[in-house]
Design a protein around this ligand. Structure first.
Ligand code: CO
Length: 131
């Protein structure tokens, strides 16, 4: 397991990309996950560290839109790459973790992903991404 990316909620995707370019992060992929009402920009780290995933809502009544209204811009989730999301979910469920997604679903870039409720990790929303 490794840290794949850090998800950051932003109001303005373009302004946020300019902000992180100051630290050497470069646009790698951009798109929309329509089922989640979110526009995504994945930024590659200078030197190949974990990526940054900028998340901008397409409207207020979306998961990231509600997050912004409640907490403002900032850290949204940590995403870990795992070989098998379904198995990782099953392991966490048997350990008593509360899950956001009961089964893996398609995320940005066509990867299988699943979210684990922040209550399972001390207030940190955790995403599992299939390698
Ligand atoms: Co993510």
């Amino acid at each position: 397991m490794r840290l794949d990316h850090v998800g950051i909620a932003v109001a303005d995707l373009e302004a946020a990309q300019d902000r992180w370019a100051q630290l050497g992060y470069r646009p790698k992929a951009q798109g929309e996950v329509s089922t989640q009402g979110v526009r995504v920009a994945m930024l590659a780290a200078p030197g190949g560290g974990p990526q940054l995933e900028l998340l901008a809502p397409t409207g207020p009544d979306t998961p990231v839109g509600r997050f912004l209204a409640k907490r403002g811009e900032g850290l949204h989730h940590l995403a870990f790459a795992v070989p098998d999301v379904a198995k990782a979910l099953a392991d966490l469920r048997s350990a008593g973790a509360r899950l956001v997604d009961e089964a893996p679903r398609p995320g940005f870039g066509g990867h299988l992903v699943a979210f684990v409720h922040p209550s399972a990790f001390g207030g940190v929303l955790v995403e599992l991404v299939q390698e």
